[in-house]
Design a protein around this ligand. Structure first.
Ligand SMILES: [Zn+2]
Length: 140
């Protein structure tokens, strides 16, 4: 965490999904992917839910997506992380139903709309890179 960053609850490393929290070091949002059928797994699991294959690899998605659902939090649930802020579910184009719960940054919370094109951006806190999404001005 560097000066000026808000307090964040950080994920634990050493878990099955740590690639999600470390990929930002290379600017990549990464998930497990099935080597047999190409299914993306998020959240991570030990087996492909689509074909039951056990050989999974970590791969990067494009980092683009659209806001599937959103809300604006006005409650001070987390001391040091001040409202209002947007909480959103972003759907990724790689697979129908591949969704990531995140915060939308880079715009006012009330300006986040469903269907809005967004792209991933990372903020480093200690040894993890939190994936957030920001408005994608380049998307058509
Ligand atoms: Zn599979």
């Amino acid at each position: 965490m560097s000066e000026g960053q808000p307090f964040r609850l950080l994920p634990a490393l050493g878990t099955a999904d740590e690639h999600v929290w470390l990929g930002g070091a290379d600017g990549e949002l990464r998930f497990l992917r099935c080597t047999a059928c190409g299914w993306w797994l998020h959240p991570a699991g030990p087996i492909c839910p689509n074909c039951l294959e056990r050989e999974l690899v970590v791969e990067a998605v494009s980092g683009r997506g659209v806001v599937h659902a959103k809300t604006v939090n006005h409650q001070p649930w987390i001391p040091g992380f001040d409202p209002p802020y947007s909480v959103a579910i972003v759907e990724l184009p790689e697979q129908v139903g591949l969704r990531f719960t995140t915060n939308i940054v880079g715009c006012a919370p009330e300006d986040v709309t469903t269907g809005m094109p967004v792209r991933v951006t990372f903020e480093q806190y200690s040894d993890v890179w939190l994936p957030f999404f920001e408005p994608d001005g380049d998307a058509s």
